[in-house]
Design a protein around this ligand. Sequence first.
Ligand code: THU
Length: 131
Amino acid sequence: MQFDELIAEAKAVRLRAYAPYSHFPVGAAILGRSGRIFTGCNVENLSFGLTICAERGAVCAALAAGERDFVAMAVVADSREPVTPCGACRQVLAEFAPEMEICSANLHEVRFSARVIDLLPRPKAGILDNP
Ligand code: THU
């Protein structure tokens, strides 16, 4: 997978993040099987727990546009280490694309790639599995 275009999209949408509390803008871009790319940025709230991460924003944009089948995702932040999705986002990503590869990058092109299933093993085991 060539991540350059996805990283460029994530970097661009990161500039639209609403992060007045953390001052840590994040951008994400997800590639659908159709070839379309959807983007998201973090949207914070004064009630901190309501913050929506960039990754979930991108997934919601894709679903709303009719895309549910995902090939790859990129996440960009201005961090020393590339930022990998938080636990909540891993669970949401696993709902649709456990095999998807995510490439995290910082602004200095340091990258880290991993599949969702390797970031969050057994994401659905036992849930609603009544005897
Ligand atoms: N954040 C993301 O949007 N994605 C990540 O992968 C890590 C964290 C956001 C949430 C919050 O607005 C800020 O970064 C600091 O945690």
